[in-house]
Design a protein around this ligand. Sequence first.
Ligand code: NAP
Length: 287
Amino acid sequence: MSKVAIVTGSNRGIGFGIVKALCQRFDGVVYLTSRDELRGKEAVAKLKYMGLKPEYHQLDIADKSSVEKFRDHIKEKYEGIDILFNNAAVLDTEVDSRTYEDAKRVIDNNYRSIFYLKELIYPLIKNNGRVINISSDCGHLSNIRNEYWIKRLSKPDLTEADVNEFVEWYLESVKNGTYNCDDIADEGTIPSYRVTKVALAALTMVHQRELESKNISVNLIQPGLVRTDLTHGVGFFSVDEAVETPLYLALDAPPTLKGAYVWYDKKVIDWYDSKSDCYFKLSSMSS
Ligand SMILES: NC(=O)c1ccc[n+]([C@@H]2O[C@H](COP(=O)([O-])OP(=O)(O)OC[C@H]3O[C@@H](n4cnc5c(N)ncnc54)[C@H](OP(=O)(O)O)[C@@H]3O)[C@@H](O)[C@H]2O)c1
């Protein structure tokens, strides 16, 4: 039976680059997935033109019925999943976005969707499989400046409920107008994206513990500032350069590397160091 690798949100940007690199290096089937079928099939056509052979399936991570259909498809065709890249994500509409609708959109898309994947897709991951969560410098704990949440998210026995409460606390504060930008680094810019990326990192620690019995690794990669649509083409790295470390985590990293927050240069960074300088600075976009 073939090995299987899946990349969410891979019709463009970093996800597309990961599919392309996996097609070149991974000894198995690679799934390019997208929420929009037309955009996905156009992306597949580009790779086929290069002589590569990805499989395609529609997958909107924020739509439970779409995740169910994809789960059924994989279950029917394969023994399980070897590699899963949780890549799909969206950004706040403005750097100082403060509306409830926008915050909820980002949270539904980037954070609540992970629970659909956990429920429906994670059970298909084989023993010794690898989950790579695409993080960001926005996902380091030092993005949070609220001492209560720093302490709670740092607990060794952290649970999904703790992380949910953190996200709800933020969403409620936006809803009732009490959001305090001092609770988030860099004057609280792109707050919803930062909250979802910190929450994804915290969930990574929880899921690593839960998946330990199957020897599955769950790691985070901070790909650096990459020239994609998300950054309006601003960045230090091309997509092809940026996918090197995500591919390393999927194919080359030692299986003992678990629950790690990995910087784009492959260095493992202490995610819990809330006083570190690893947080995202908006000024890095213009330097
Ligand atoms: N670029 C950077 O500098 C940078 C830095 C740090 C971290 N990251 C992270 O890297 C990942 C990829 O970012 P990118 O720069 O490649 O962004 P991008 O160019 O905006 O691409 C995002 C991809 O995610 C897809 N997507 C969003 N929501 C989805 C959903 N609900 N279901 C399925 N697909 C969905 C988009 O699909 P549509 O085409 O349909 O919109 C698109 O294919 C994200 O997790 C991002 O946070 C990027």
